[in-house]
Unconditional design. Sequence first.
Length: 187
Amino acid sequence: MKALNRPGRRAMRDRLRNPLSVAAVALLLASAVGLALAAGAGAGPGEVIDALIEGTLGSPFAIGTSLNNAAIIMFIAAGFTVAYRAGLVNVGGEGQMCLGGIAATAVGVSVPGSMPVWIGVALALLAAVLAGGCWAAIAAWLYIRRGTSEIITTLLLNFVGLALVVLMVQEPALLRQPVTSSETLPQ
């Protein structure tokens, strides 16, 4: 009788290890934790769900913002996956994205208006890829030459990348527009 039951357990265990099952369980757990935190703050589940739907799908702007954020997270996840398959752990996707954004912005604002749009976009994307790759190369160099943990260096480089974005946006000599009204303040 026990031998007949084993294949059923193995099949159940295999179904639970399926990536879709893992994602569904993670979604349920994250939802439960989020609702518990909201309840601790005094919000009811209905209010939380309404706010979530309104914030992500309530207007064309909300939908665009949600898709924009999802695309960024997917790019970072793809980079993490590539590094992980190579045997490394790269948690520096955010910092690499920041440097890529700085480079793309610098190229984008300096491209002459007479240049065709597709060339300007291609140059900005190329600059972003090169800057993000160079930012990752810092951690790679430290790992190869000094044996430093790539996890720690990529994680800490995220904060440096964020600080550089703040510097670029706040410094008038770099990317900050002249402050003529509240609309030209850095966002």
